[in-house]
Design a protein around this ligand. Structure first.
Ligand code: UTP
Length: 224
C-alpha cells in the first residue's frame, strides 16, 4: 500500500518526546520493510505555537506567523529524517514534487509544513492526493474523533466509523488561524473526500495503533 503517516506535533513535540520519536522511526522502518511506500508528515507542536506567539508579539501578520510555524515543523521533520537514516530521502521534502520524486526513488518521504494558510493535516492530505495514497493515518492526542469536542464536553462519544459527509457536519464553520488545534483539519477532509482516500485517526501516543490500522484492525476512528 501507499501510506501517508501524519504524526501530530501535539504527540511527539509538545513537549518533545525523543523516545516516542525513536519508536516512530522504528515503526516507519518496519512498515517500509513490509513493502509499503511511506510518506511522513510532522507538525511543529508547542515550539511552533511558541514561535507563532513571538511573531504575533512582534506585530507580524498571519502569513508570517504561519511561515515561522512551517520552519518549526521542518526542524522536527529534519530530526526525524536523520533518525530514519538511509531508508529516508536525502532532504526534507518542501514541495509536493519533492515528495513524489522521493517516493519514486523508493525512499521514505519526510516533510513538515508546505505553505501558509493550511495545517500539516492538510499537507498530509495534499501529499496523499498527489501520490495516490491508499490510506492516511493520523496519530493524534485523542483516541479518535468524537461527536463533540471531548476536552470541553465530558459526555462526548468516540465514533468508530464516520462518513466524510458526517465529519463535515461536526466541524462546520471552522476557519484557519495560525496554530489552531483540531483532531483533524476539516480542510484535509475536503481533499480526502474529493479523492476518496481513507483516513484513520488514532491515539498517537501508542504508535502500535498505526500498525494496527494498517493491518485493518478496528482502532481509533475510520473516516471514509
Ligand atoms: P499544525 O497545527 O498542523 O501542527 O501546524 P501540529 O503541531 O502537528 O498540530 P496538531 O498536533 O495536529 O495539533 C502548526 C501551525 O503551522 C502552520 C499553521 O499556523 C499551523 O496551525 N502551518 C503548518 C502552515 O501555515 N502551513 C503548513 O503547511 C503547515
Amino acid at each position: 500500500m501507499r501510506l501517508v503517516v501524519r504524526i501530530g506535533g501535539s504527540v511527539v513535540a509538545s513537549p518533545v518526546n525523543t523516545e516516542l520519536m525513536s519508536k516512530y522511526a522504528d515503526l516507519i522502518k518496519t512498515v517500509k520493510a513490509q513493502g509499503h511506500d511511506v510518506a511522513v508528515v510532522l507538525g511543529g507542536g508547542a515550539l511552533a505555537r511558541e514561535f507563532i506567539g513571538i511573531a504575533k508579539n512582534l506585530g507580524l501578520d498571519m502569513t508570517a506567523q504561519d511561515e515561522i510555524a512551517i520552519s518549526c515543523s521542518r526542524l522536527f521533520a529534519q530530526l526525524f529524517l536523520k533518525k530514519l537514516g538511509e531508508v529516508g530521502c536525502s532532504k526534507v521534502a518542501i514541495t509536493l514534487d519533492d515528495a513524489a520524486q522521493c517516493l519514486a526513488e523508493g525512499k521514505v518521504v519526510v516533510m513538515g509544513g508546505l505553505k501558509p494558510g493550511i495545517t500539516t493535516d492538510a499537507v498530509a492530505a495534499l501529499v496523499a492526493e498527489r501520490v495516490n495514497a491508499d490510506l492516511l493515518l493520523k496519530g493524534s492526542d485523542q483516541e479518535g474523533v468524537y461527536n463533540k469536542d471531548p476536552r470541553s464536553n465530558p459526555d462526548a462519544v468516540k465514533l468508530d466509523n464516520l462518513p466524510f459527509e458526517g465529519f463535515s457536519k461536526i466541524f462546520e464553520g471552522s476557519v484557519h488561524k495560525a496554530g489552531i488545534h483540531q483532531i483533524i483539519d476539516p480542510e484535509a477532509i475536503k481533499v480526502l473526500k474529493r479523492h476518496r482516500v481513507k483516513l484513520v485517526v488514532v491515539n498517537g501516543f501508542k504508535p502500535e495503533n498505526i500498525l494496527a490500522a494498517i493491518e485493518g484492525k478496528n482502532v481509533g476512528t475510520t473516516i471514509s
